[in-house]
Design a protein around this ligand. Sequence first.
Ligand code: SAM
Length: 213
Amino acid sequence: MRLRNKPWAKERIQNYPQYVIQNPEQWKGKWNELFQNEHPIHIEIGTGKGKFITEMAKQHPDINFIGIETYTSVIVSALDKLIEAELTNLKLLNINAIQLESIFAPGEISVIYLNFSDPWPKNRHEKRRLTHRSFLEKYQKIMQHGGQIHFKTDNQKLFEYSLVSFSEFGMILTDVNLDLHHSDFKGNIMTEYEEKFSAKGNRIYRCEAKFPE
Ligand code: SAM
């Protein structure tokens, strides 16, 4: 992603602690207290500018959503959408997903969305892919039994790599879709990247992978 540095972004997110949660470690095992309900919690890793997670939160008020994005200059755009929508079932975290286990307790999360994750095509960067085994191990630790990953990308190589990674990890693949926009899949919410790449004619791949019960 080409990043435009926004020196003011840090201060802006600090001004909205009700939306971008500061020191998220303090809520480990207590996220439902923060949301003040017992609804399931879904997280998106690599939320980017936040279109997907904001729309999901609007359409599913009975689910709590958390968008995770490492870049302050990017998450600030997701914050703008959240401020406008005034949603109580969506929070944002400006952190790197490497830290997940210090932020969520075992069993706290039921679905993880990975949308257009960076492909890291070089072999020596394989461990940075969000579908690498080391990330799947982290996800499994914080997810309920039978928790799911919903993954979308336009990158065929990353998609193939991820299908193998899920399956080698013992996950069950469901709904493998090789051309999402020309399928009968209902209720797709497009991300910013999805809009951009599908407009160029790129095919969109999607799958759901379930951790063992
Ligand atoms: N999901 C958005 C979309 O589809 O429009 C953004 C896609 S962009 C290619 C990938 C995003 O993931 C970037 O904003 C990047 O900063 C974020 N990201 C990558 N690795 C991450 C990590 N380990 N933790 C948190 N965010 C990450």
